[in-house]
Design a protein around this ligand. Structure first.
Ligand code: PHE
Length: 340
């Protein structure tokens, strides 16, 4: 092969290599172990002495030249690889650290509630957000046409044959759980619930509750047990020496029923705007599970008894973090969320 021609084609090849891998192939093609120039250099020894001298000189010169332009091309390609085109990029400037995500206040509350009750032996249970009328009302001793249904105005869904609704409380999970599990039992049910109502600072159409249920043999679980457990819970949750008081109240699925107030965590009972100057805030509905509810799941109220309660998680979060509008939880305003 004509050495001069080889040099010209090799130069063209080197120039047209677009990246380091391509350039490496060009190197191999001419200067590799089986490269074209390498082969010529090896075959020099077979030439007559005179020709060997001239050809040898030329071939070695071309080798050097090619090595040099390959190196130049290599530097160029490497530079291009690291250079950000058309910018004055200062690689020594400190980077922008990515914004870290974090937990929503309601998630923090749910986790804390779960942690405290788990430490007292409660199991965490979940149920569906779309419920049947039976679980949300009838089984909880709220028959059709009973005025108590008005306490829970709700969203009805219209599938073909069954009447379905968005659950208005987590209480239906009491029924679902007792249908499948025998007492003694103690569970909590954190979950999302829905109410059909006008929204304002303390009302949302969608919020979160935690249901509690503890059932054991008759006489074993009393109101005193309930008070002790709930007292323990509030002290752990608010990390303050809170006090509680029980007031009689009505829920169809308990008898007797009560509402629980805790001493205001904002003013510690002295009286402020959070507690409307009373020193107490209403926080939780509860009672001893109604015999009809036990009957609905096939338990004999002569042998079994226990308590149930329901507490709003949004309300717990509002008191703990001093938030005055429930809608903030659902409006995704970063100025609010980033505070947690
Ligand atoms: N389910 C009731 C509510 O949503 C709360 C509650 C639960 C009351 C269990 C008593 C017992 O208002």
């Amino acid at each position: 092969m004509d050495l001069k021609k080889l040099k010209i084609t090799a130069q063209k090849d080197i120039k047209s290599a677009q990246n380091l891998a391509e350039l490496n192939n060009v190197f191999k093609k001419y200067l590799g172990k089986k490269g074209e120039l390498t082969r010529i250099l090896r075959s020099l020894k077979d030439l007559p002495i005179k020709k060997r001298k001239t050809q040898g000189k030329l071939a070695n010169q071309i080798k050097k030249d090619l090595e040099l332009i390959i190196q130049e091309r290599k530097d160029k390609l490497q530079d291009a690889k690291y250079k950000i085109q058309n910018t004055d990029f200062d690689i020594t400037a400190p980077g922008k650290s990515p914004v870290l995500g974090h937990l929503h206040p309601l998630t923090l509350v749910r986790r804390k509630v779960a942690e405290i009750f788990q430490s007292m032996g409660f199991t965490i249970v979940q149920g569906p957000e779309v419920e049947t009328e039976w679980y949300n009302f009838d089984a909880l001793n709220i028959p059709k046409e009973h005025p108590a249904r008005d306490l829970w105005d709700t969203f009805w869904l219209k599938p073909k044959n069954k009447k379905l609704l968005l659950r208005t409380h987590t209480s239906p999970v009491q029924i679902r759980y007792m249908e499948k599990n025998q007492p003694p039992l103690r569970i909590i049910v954190p979950g999302r619930i829905f109410r059909h109502e006008a929204t304002d600072a303390s009302h949302e159409i969608n919020f979160y509750q935690v249901e509690g249920l503890m059932i054991d043999k008759k006489g074993k679980i009393t109101v005193a047990n309930f008070k002790a457990i709930i007292d323990e819970f509030f002290k752990g949750f608010f990390e303050k020496q809170t006090k509680i008081r029980l007031r009689p109240s009505y829920f169809p699925f308990v008898e007797p029923g009560f509402e629980i107030d805790i001493s205001c965590v904002n003013c510690l009972g002295k009286g402020c705007s959070v507690c409307a100057q009373t020193g107490w805030v209403e926080i939780l509905g509860a009672g001893m599970v109604h015999p009809n509810v036990l009957k609905a799941v096939g338990l004999n109220p002569k042998f079994w008894q226990g308590f149930a309660f329901g507490v709003g998680m949004d309300r717990l979060a509002m008191l703990k973090y001093k938030i005055n509008d429930i809608r903030l939880f659902y409006s995704n305003d970063l100025r609010f969320l980033q505070q947690f």
